[in-house]
Each structure stands twice: as structure tokens, then as C-alpha cells.
Ligand binder design. Structure first.
Ligand code: FES
Ligand SMILES: [Fe+2]
Length: 427
């Protein structure tokens, strides 16, 4: 099938369909690597993960082994995790601190800024041996926005801020919630899903599945009752789904479930009420009612195209999807918290996060099961198309419509055909 026919996008009839070979074909998976993962900005990690000089983190990003490390000068550098000598992975642990990086194969050693500083028996190489030819290599492009570090393997990629397009404002909404900046809580949850990576990009933005798939959670929260005193949301318009340009998309909800940042809910306990209202007052003083409303009373699932999600709802999580095979992805999730939070406030937030998104939470196991079920269902190859048409004729699409997923797919389809699109007039 020709790539241009993989998606049916009929705006007059309100029909949007994706051919299921997009989730199963090994050939398309290879093309995605070249045309998407090797061309876009891809998330690497957060600055707070490497606070002290010598702190490092190891990652696999778009198939490449990488690590990032804070140098003695305070700067964060990213290196390909492959020894310039003969290829061994220099960084052999996921996290740690090092003053010098020594390769375990022939013991060449490198400084934290990547210079080759030690070669056992160096004289055997003769007079033309040049250490500077063997520095650790960085990916072609490295950049960060408000603490979020990205890499690109495309030397000609646009600058990161341009690339982020309308998603930038949503990252600001996350970072501005904190008084002293955000930090990632040490540790992560990592899991493999036997399904195509795009299914999780879709699912993370899919409001339509919330009630049927996560009924247990919805009932559990409802059991705590609601807090309507000082109601700040009832007169507001309902949530919205938006394409933000460049394939980035968001689904934004009014939060009736409470947010550890400045919206109390009975589930947090009576003792948290005063503390949360103080945070809210601080936000209003600093940003005004309207922006505080957006931070505290709405919640959002943000997709930064192609494979990063910022889930800014019950708490804030960063979810990175690494495509591994047409029918396999590896997911890593971190929890992002305001630096100033500790004690009971932090405990409330961690609990909210784990209850819904943790490995044994109400949502994650459901979603893993449902995506693996879709992937297994694709073996019935006679059923060729998946439908993502919901709300296509709705002039102001809501969060259980599917505009946000179409925005992702339209960018994917354009990239796969060698085009770019920043069309924000999607529907
Ligand atoms: S491969 Fe690293 S020192 Fe030889
Ligand atoms: Fe879900």
C-alpha cells in the first residue's frame, strides 16, 4: 500500500481512518526511524536528574545508547554511549556519579566534558596519535527548554523553541506551578508494552476511553464526594482538545478531582486544605486569577510529538515512549514535583500519582492490557482500518472527541511522506 493511502482524512464527511499496517509493518517501522525519530527533537531527560557535578544518567533515545552528565563547570553534556576506541558502552549503570569515565574494555578514560585523558601504554601508538580525535561524541543537536533536555540526530532540525510551537505555553504552565522550579523524584517506572508505540501516544490523549476502561478509578474517586465550597469551575466552559502545531496536541480538562497544586479535594484529607489554599493564594498573587485557573483547575495531557507525554493531571508525570519493534515499546515514567514541596504535601502528590498512573495504579495496568489487546486484534488482517473520526464535524471539539489524536496522525503522515506540517487549523 502506498504511504499516502495509509490514512483516510475526509473532512467533508467527517471520516478519519488509519490503516492498521501502520502498527504492524516492519517496513513502516524502519521508515519511521528514518523519517521521524532521526529527524525530530526527542526527549532525553530533566536537568534536576543530574544536580551535582559528575552526576550522570544513562538512556536509550531513538534507539541510540546515550548518557548525560553534569560537568565540573555545571554544564550538562550529552554523549553517545559508545567508546571512541572500539565501541564498548562506557556508561554501564543507569545512574551514578563519576569524576572520570573509564571504559571497561581497554581502560581508556575520559573527563566529564568528554576529553580523552588516559590511554594505557599510549607510546605504542606512535607519534601521530592524537587524543583529540578520540573525544566522546555528542549527538548532532542538543538543546533544552526550561529544564527539559532534548536531542536530535538531524543536524538541520529547527531550533527547539520553534519546534515546540504551541506546546511551549503548556510546558510553561507546568513549570510555573512551582515556586523554586521543578525536580524529578529519583527513580522511575519502566515497563514494556507488547504494542506499537503510536497506540500509547493515542491512548494518552484519549478522553473517550476514560469511563469504560477506568470505571473502577472513577467510582473510587466519586466515593470521596466532591468539594463545591468556593467552586471555581462550574461557570467555565468544558474542556477542549487542541492540535498545537507540529504534531503536538493537548487534551485539556476541567478538573473536578482535585489537583495537588492548589485545588483541594476530599481525597487529600482535611489537613491538606489550608496548605493547598495557601499555594493557590500565592499563584493568584503571582499570575492572576486566569492563569491560576489554568494551572490549578484544569488538567491536561500534552503530547510533545512524537513520543513524549506530560501528564499534568492528578500529579505531573513525564512519560517517554521508546519504540523498539512494530509491536513493542518501552515506557519510562518519572514524577515531576515542585522543588519546594516536602513532607505531607509531597506525600499527597506521590500518592495521587501512584493511585492512577503507578505500576499497580488504577489506570496503567488497564491501559497496558487494552493496548496489547488492540495489537493482538491486528492479527485479524482482514479488519484493515481503525477509526479516529469522533467529533470531526464538531466546531469546538471536546476531550472525548479525537482531534488531538488526528493532529498527531496528520503530522506522522506528513513526515512519512517527507513533508512537514504546522497546520493548527485541524479538526
Ligand atoms: S573499547 Fe573502550 S577502551 Fe577499548
Ligand atoms: Fe487510560
Amino acid at each position: 500500500m502506498d504511504i499516502k493511502d495509509l490514512i483516510v482524512d475526509d473532512r467533508d464527511r467527517g471520516v478519519f481512518r488509519v490503516h492498521r499496517s501502520c502498527m504492524t509493518s516492519a517496513g513502516l517501522f524502519e521508515q519511521e526511524r528514518e523519517r521521524i525519530l532521526d529527524r525530530c527533537w526527542i526527549y532525553l531527560g530533566h536537568e534536576s536528574e543530574v544536580e551535582a557535578p559528575g552526576d550522570y544518567r544513562r538512556r536509550t533515545v531513538a534507539g541510540r545508547p546515550l548518557f548525560f552528565i553534569r560537568g565540573k563547570d555545571g554544564q550538562v553534556r550529552v554523549f553517545l554511549n559508545s567508546c571512541p576506541h572500539r565501541g564498548a558502552m562506557i556508561c554501564r549503570r543507569d545512574a551514578g556519579n563519576a569524576g572520570v569515565l573509564q571504559c571497561f574494555y581497554h581502560a581508556w578514560s575520559f573527563s566529564t566534558d568528554g576529553d580523552l585523558i588516559g590511554v594505557p601504554g599510549e607510546d605504542a601508538y606512535g607519534p601521530h596519535f592524537d587524543r583529540t580525535e578520540f573525544c566522546l561524541k555528542a549527538p548532532p543537536r542538543v538543546d533544552s527548554y526550561r529544564g527539559f533536555h532534548f536531542v536530535s540526530f538531524n543536524p538541520h532540525v529547527e531550533d527547539l523553541v520553534t519546534y515546540l510551537a504551541g506546546a511551549r505555553d503548556y510546558l510553561d504552565l507546568v513549570v510555573d506551578q512551582a515556586e523554586e522550579g521543578m525536580r524529578v523524584v529519583p527513580g522511575s517506572n519502566r515497563y514494556t508494552i507488547k504494542a506499537n508505540w503510536k497506540l500509547l501516544a493515542e491512548n494518552s490523549l484519549d478522553g473517550y476511553h476514560l469511563l469504560p476502561t477506568h470505571r473502577t478509578y472513577v467510582d473510587y474517586i466519586a466515593g470521596f464526594g466532591t468539594d463545591d465550597s468556593g467552586d471555581t469551575v462550574s461557570a467555565r466552559p468544558p474542556g477542549a482538545a487542541k492540535a498545537l502545531g507540529g504534531g503536538h496536541c493537548v487534551s485539556e480538562n476541567i478538573s473536578r478531582n482535585g489537583r495537588p497544586i492548589a485545588r483541594w479535594h476530599p481525597i487529600f484529607g482535611e489537613e491538606a486544605r489550608e496548605r493547598i489554599s495557601l499555594v493557590r493564594r500565592r499563584l493568584v498573587e503571582k499570575y492572576g486569577e486566569e492563569r491560576t485557573y489554568r494551572m490549578a483547575d484544569t488538567s491536561r495531557n500534552l503530547l510533545i510529538y512524537p513520543n513524549l507525554l506530560i501528564m499534568d493531571f492528578v500529579a505531573i508525570s513525564i512519560r517517554y515512549i521508546e519504540p523498539v519493534a512494530p509491536d513493542r515499546m518501552e515506557v519510562t515514567a518519572w514524577h515531576l514535583v515542585p522543588r519546594e514541596e516536602s513532607g505531607p504535601a509531597l506525600a499527597t502528590r506521590l500518592d495521587s500519582y501512584l493511585t492512577f498512573l503507578g505500576p499497580g495504579g488504577f489506570a496503567t495496568p488497564d491501559d497496558v492490557e487494552v493496548l496489547e489487546s488492540c495489537q493482538a486484534g491486528f492479527r485479524a488482517t482482514e479488519a484493515e482500518w481503525s477509526d479516529i473520526s469522533r467529533g470531526m464535524l464538531n466546531p469546538s471539539p471536546g476531550t472525548s472527541d479525537e482531534l488531538q489524536m488526528r493532529g498527531f496522525w496528520r503530522q506522522w503522515h506528513a513526515h512519512m511522506q517527507g513533508r512537514n506540517t504546522t497546520n493548527v487549523q485541524d479538526r
